[in-house]
Design a protein. Structure first.
Length: 275
């Protein structure tokens, strides 16, 4: 029983659960903020969570040989707790469920979900290896508000600045996510844009992209109270500032990425308050 539990927990770890839940939560909260009923927001949360699980599991599946070469014993596949075949099956099953769940919300929603899946999988399949690496993150995050709009009972287009803000948060998250693995990536030939730009410029990108996203939200949200806008901007500056400073360390800690997740949550809350 204990052995089976450890295997199950290892499989969950392979899906990268915190980012999965965070992105799905942002999607559900954004749906509520844009006026969708809670039942529809729950469906959106489920579809995005399944999409994220599919992408997360496929990442560890596809990266298995690189992780072995870099001795990434923090990965359940490398430590022997999870079989690669399990990740392959799980990622494909989650992909199918994400499509089916989206289909229940209409043809427009499923088309956008396919784009979200394409963005995540294209990153894992090769775009993470070169200077094109930020594109899947920008497309993946930027598509979330569009998916929410298309998944509504009466589909609508969200305003372009919301899409831009989400895309900028995605770029910021990408740079913060890559930095802690730079040393291991060098062993396996990964040369994403953060590797090419180096730590200092990457820290600048993290700061500017996240802050510009927040500035879009606080200046373009028509109904956002001034007090909430000021508090949200201050919180983002604090979180992004700490994340950027941590990104300059010789071995950047993973917590910088999670600080940007919190900054993204602040932006989602601001969007809800200003909707």
């Amino acid at each position: 029983m204990r052995f089976a539990k450890s295997k199950a927990l290892a499989l969950i770890r392979s899906s990268h659960p915190i980012p999965c839940l965070a992105v799905a939560l942002f999607s559900g909260l954004l749906a509520i903020g844009l006026g969708l009923p809670s039942e529809r927001a729950g469906l959106i949360f489920t579809a995005v969570l399944l999409q994220q699980i599919s992408v997360g599991l496929s990442n560890d599946w596809i990266d298995y040989e690189r992780d072995v070469a870099a001795n990434r014993t923090d990965k359940p596949t490398v430590s022997g707790l999870v079989k690669v075949s399990w990740l392959r099956t799980g990622s494909l099953f989650a992909l199918a469920l994400a499509i089916v769940t989206s289909l229940a919300m209409g043809s427009s929603a499923v088309l956008v979900m396919l784009l979200m899946l394409l963005a995540g999988w294209s990153y894992n399949l090769g775009m993470k290896l070169n200077w094109l690496s930020p594109i899947p993150y920008a497309v993946g995050f930027g598509t979330i508000p569009i998916f929410v709009g298309m998944a509504a009972t009466e589909p609508f287009w969200v305003e372009p600045w919301i899409v831009m803000a989400a895309a900028l948060l995605g770029v910021s998250a990408h740079f913060a996510n890559v930095l802690p693995d730079m040393q291991a990536d060098k062993l396996t030939g990964v040369r994403a844009l953060p590797h090419l730009m180096g730590q200092r410029l990457s820290a600048v990108v993290i700061s500017l992209s996240a802050l510009f996203a927040t500035l879009l939200v606080v200046t373009q949200s028509r109904n956002l109270p001034a007090e909430a806008a000021a508090a949200g901007l201050a919180a983002t500056v604090l979180l992004v500032g700490i994340a950027s400073l941590l990104s300059l360390r010789k071995q950047p800690p993973r917590i910088a990425f999670f600080l940007l997740i919190l900054a993204s949550l602040v932006n989602v809350i601001l969007l809800m308050l200003g909707a």
